[in-house]
Design a protein around this ligand. Structure first.
Ligand code: S3P
Length: 416
């Protein structure tokens, strides 16, 4: 079996969340195409609809018109989505409404004080429940802050920026390690007074509302990474991803894939609302180990399960460090990666903030414990392609959280 073909994948999840949120702030009509169809993005759409946002689906596009925000009558259920609750906390804190955020079991166990604490410093009346959900917001007037990020988190940074839009004065954020910068890019493309200088980001609060916009969401590189991994580990594979987001803060996985020995070519590139987009081609190659250091982690945070799978097929010992944040994702991903790979026969050692994996080793098919985590389910489906014997998942429904089309695309690429 090989992976072959050319695909245009659904829109990037991070950009899809942000596009809906920014569209909800404009009273003009915005049109978004190629929105992610994952359940997480539906959670964002439905939460904002409860706060008054108008939307309708028009074939492949979604039309959105913002209105004056209203306090939702029922709690905003963010499902499994950390991006929904954290970014909306910042956005809603500046809208003079009351709201309560809830979520599923996984989201309810994830840390919320990282976003509650800086928003409180901005004078938001916001509280968590022992650091977790439910998070409750009351009406308040925000003022600006200067804030140094204690954890590298684009979600926290974005929450502060979205609150900063309507806060009095200049909100200044210092990042110690750069994280995905989609919020900055989109706010600037829409005309907000935001500047980035190295790792210092400044947004001026104002009462202006931006005009409606049209955005074709580029394909999700985190979704492409699953098939790119398949293509890299299965000899003679060649896959082209069309219209894919190649923002450097998201391209870390593809940079590492190239360093490991797979062929990664950017065929053509352009921009879409200031975001870099390209057609890219991946071909299999002789893989060797890489070292992923703390400062490399944010640009491939969601792809680390795939780096682990690649590492099992690479010559030498791959090490990942400074990735403790993986323990507080949709599951404890360091544990989920290591326990499943070990049972598949890989040589793996789990560390507090990373792992080391020596290869190459052949993998055997097992029943995967997904911990109901979409990225673990998809990553191990790809590992299963090269395993001896059958690989099964204890939950494949969770894949719909980010990528309901995953199996269709995999079938298409393996049948070509
Ligand atoms: C995201 C940021 C990252 C990432 C998540 C999406 C975003 O989370 O893991 O899947 O859209 O801002 P953190 O900010 O918690 O690292």
């Amino acid at each position: 079996m090989v992976l072959k073909g050319s695909v245009t994948l659904p829109g990037d999840k991070s950009l899809s969340h942000r596009a809906i949120m920014l569209a909800s702030l404009s009273s003009d009509k915005s049109v978004i195409e190629n929105l992610s169809s994952g359940q997480d993005v539906i959670s964002t759409r439905d939460c904002l609809a409860k706060c008054g946002m108008d939307w309708n689906q028009d074939g492949e596009r979604i039309n959105i018109k913002g209105r004056q925000f209203i306090s939702p009558e029922i709690p905003l259920d963010c499902g499994n989505s950390g991006t929904t609750v954290r970014l909306l906390s910042g956005l809603i804190a500046g809208q003079q409404i009351k709201a309560t955020f809830t979520g599923d079991q996984s989201l309810s166990s994830r840390p919320m004080d990282r976003v509650v604490s800086p928003l409180q410093k901005m004078n938001a009346k916001i509280s968590s429940t022992n650091g977790k959900l439910p998070v409750i917001i009351q009406v308040s007037d925000l003022h600006s802050i200067e804030y140094t990020m204690p954890v590298a988190s684009a979600q926290v940074k974005s929450a502060i920026l979205l609150a900063g839009i309507h806060a009095m004065g200049e909100t200044i954020i210092h990042e110690t390690v750069p994280t995905r910068d989609h919020t900055e890019i989109l706010l600037s493309a829409l005309g907000y007074p935001i500047t980035t200088n190295g790792q210092r980001i400044v947004i001026k609060g104002s009462n202006t509302r931006h005009p409606g916009f049209h955005f074709h969401v580029p394909a999700d590189p985190s979704s492409a990474a699953f098939f790119a991994t398949g293509a890299a580990i299965i000899h003679d594979s060649e896959v082209i991803f069309k219209n894919m987001l190649i923002n450097p803060t998201r391209f870390g996985f593809f940079r590492s894939l190239g360093m490991m020995g797979a062929q990664v070519d950017i065929l053509d590139h352009w921009t879409e609302l200031h975001e870099s987009v390209a057609h890219i081609r991946i071909k299999s190659g002789q893989l060797h180990a890489v070292h992923i250091a703390k400062e490399d982690v944010p640009a491939l945070i969601d792809e680390l399960p795939l780096i682990a799978i690649l590492a099992t097929q690479a010559e030498g010992t791959t090490t990942v460090e400074g990735a403790g944040e993986l323990r507080v994702k949709e599951s404890d991903r360091l544990h989920a990666i290591c326990i499943n790979l070990e049972r598949m026969g890989a040589q793996v050692t789990e560390h507090t903030d990373g792992f080391s994996i020596s290869g190459p080793t052949s993998l055997k098919g097992i029943h995967i414990q997904t911990f109901h985590d979409h990225r673990i389910a998809m990553a191990f489906t790809i590992a299963g392609l090269i395993a001896d014997g059958e690989t099964t998942l204890d939950d494949s429904d969770c894949i719909a959280i980010s990528f309901p089309e995953f199996h269709n695309v995999l079938n298409y690429l393996t049948l070509n």
